[in-house]
Design a protein around this ligand. Sequence first.
Ligand SMILES: Cc1cc2nc3c(=O)[nH]c(=O)nc-3n(C[C@H](O)[C@H](O)[C@H](O)COP(=O)(O)OP(=O)(O)OC[C@H]3O[C@@H](n4cnc5c(N)ncnc54)[C@H](O)[C@@H]3O)c2cc1C
Length: 314
Amino acid sequence: MAVEQTDPPRHDLVVIGGGPAGMSAALTAGRALLDTVIVNAENPRNAVTTASHGFLTRDGAHPSELLAISKQQLIRYDTVRYVNDSVTGTTKTDDGFEVSLANGELLATTRLIIATGQTDDVSKLNLDGIEHVYGKTVYPCIFCDGFEHRGERLALFGADAVVHYAPMVHMWSRDLAVFTNGDDLPADDKAQLEGRGVAVHTAPVRQLESTDGRLSAIELETGERIERDAGFISADYSTPATTFAEELGATCSANDWGMLAVDASETGATAVTGLYVIGDARTGFGGLIASAAEGAACAAEIAHEIAAHRWGTL
Ligand SMILES: Cc1cc2nc3c(=O)[nH]c(=O)nc-3n(C[C@H](O)[C@H](O)[C@H](O)COP(=O)(O)OP(=O)(O)OC[C@H]3O[C@@H](n4cnc5c(N)ncnc54)[C@H](O)[C@@H]3O)c2cc1C
């Protein structure tokens, strides 16, 4: 006897990715009584760090602590199902989306939020030794980690946007040296930096010296060795962590900092009906609290749409 195939139940919302953006979206959606599933591979972008900063009430928390608290608060809601797994594929259907999980499960949903963040590939920086210090004493974001290194001997790595980032880093320490790692800087940019006491090193970097994650010096191919305590990176080495949004018909473009991100409104709406992209996947680098805020705003917009639709069908 043939086994009857049944369609999977259709959810109001599936969220892919459970960083601050996705978890916050799921919380707001669950509180709005939307039938919500969130699938999270549990590997946040800032997992390399020992502490997250700037998230009011959670300043200094370890990334794993943020995840643990989010999970604890989310699973209280019977409207939300949390799945610790990876999404392997998404397809558009006539009335929404289908989402395939690594465990073989297939989820059907009318609306889909992609909150899978960005992936950083530090090998693109071509800085030998960066893997030992990244997230420990060398970072992408001055707001996130500048305070802990205020007044120290700082390095700024990069060339293209360095003249825009240097004034920021200089606010935290006037002892600043730029390392372009073999790239030339326009004469005007170099003069601007040097005119403000910022040393500019254009020779290729041989290696970053460090002990237990603490940067100590930058050795150049010339043999010169410049002592530094910490550093920041002004270069593009990230891409959206997944290509689901593009595969579903959304577009990507480079933002003002040259980071590739998915095109969507401030509340995550893309040009594809029912598809939303939030957090770093949309902004390139939004930070924890702004990504969480985006998640809440996006889920609220979805709840408004669903309410209007249900009202219209009464
Ligand atoms: C070194 C470093 C330090 C930082 N420090 C700070 C700081 O101190 N303060 C601050 O505000 N910001 C900091 N940030 C930035 C911050 O980490 C991001 O802005 C923030 O995490 C973005 O949130 P998100 O929810 O968009 O993405 P993420 O937090 O990256 O979460 C994305 C989630 O999606 C999951 N995922 C990806 N693919 C799939 C899939 N196929 N299926 C299921 N799940 C998937 C991932 O496992 C992950 O859990 C730092 C970033 C870095 C790189």
